[in-house]
Design a protein around this ligand. Structure first.
Ligand SMILES: [Fe+2]
Length: 277
């Protein structure tokens, strides 16, 4: 289920509150996710962001946004930020291509990895970069290299399927899969390996960037098998429903940022929050 960029809270719900599985038997877990890619959008890079996006439970970076942008998101929303590198690897620099290369602080790089969000139990996999098309861009892959990256992730995905009943819930990539939301030029052609990934491992959603769609009337969502493939450029606020999340796993009681996140949830749920030092 995909929402627009401006979203009203669900009737009767408490914005940002993640219910316990016992409260929602036979229902699905709904998460509000802010996803960004390719461009610093001033509607997001704004002091009022925390007010406007208080119900966001996590942030996803789909590549080619500066480290400072991702760090701003983690600082202002106090929520986990998961990201992959884009082909230009903007995330590695603070000030343009000559800046000192470093990874964004306080954010989690999921490129080539499979991780579990400790608060929601969401299983997230990531595939960075674009197809190889020039000698200058640092994060590009041939189809063969993309197959190899997927092969290295496969043991964890298969283990998840055996143990939790699903390989992953959310795939985060920079490029799209072949013939889904992609374009015909070599730099923006989708990966065949990524399309096969969806067939084999069946995430509920794939979020990607890299394809700049300026016509807002054009659809940015394509359904492929059991996966909704969503182009998030330049940002999307999404209400995503994960039907398998509650059936197979109890979310962990603690979060990556236990004081901040559980404190926020308590406040929004109308509970008495502990005073912060
Ligand atoms: Fe890109």
């Amino acid at each position: 289920m995909v929402g627009g960029q401006a979203r009203a809270p669900h009737p009767g719900s408490i914005a940002g509150y993640i219910p316990r599985p016992s409260d929602l038997k036979d229902q699905c877990m709904k998460l509000t996710i802010l996803a960004v890619s390719d461009e610093v959008d001033q509607r997001i890079y704004s002091p009022s962001l925390r007010e406007r996006m208080a119900d966001v439970t996590m942030v996803i970076g789909c590549g080619d946004v500066p480290a400072s942008y991702l760090e701003f998101l983690t600082d202002s929303l106090h929520k986990p930020v998961y990201y992959v590198l884009g082909n230009h690897a903007e995330e590695l620099t603070r000030e343009g291509s000559r800046g000192f290369p470093r990874l964004p602080e306080g954010c989690i790089n999921v490129g080539g990895k499979v991780v579990t969000d400790s608060l929601s139990g969401l299983i997230i996999g990531g595939l960075p970069g674009s197809p190889r098309y020039s000698e200058r861009e640092p994060v590009q892959y041939t189809e063969w290299q993309m197959w190899m990256m997927i092969a290295r992730m496969a043991p964890r995905l298969i283990w998840n399927r055996i143990r939790k009943g699903r390989a992953l819930d959310l795939l985060v990539t920079h490029s799209p899969p072949r013939d889904i939301n992609d374009e015909q030029d070599i730099a923006h052609r989708g990966f065949i390996a990524m399309r096969r990934f969806l067939q084999w491992f069946g995430p509920a959603y794939q979020l990607h960037g890299h394809i700049h769609v300026y016509d807002r009337s054009k659809s940015h969502v394509t359904r492929h098998l059991g996966t909704e493939v969503i182009n998030v450029y330049p940002y999307q606020k999404l209400d995503l429903a994960f039907s398998r999340l509650l059936q197979h796993e109890e979310p962990a009681a603690t979060s990556r940022y236990p004081d901040r996140i559980t404190g926020d949830i308590r406040e929004r749920a109308g509970m008495k929050a502990k005073p912060r030092p």
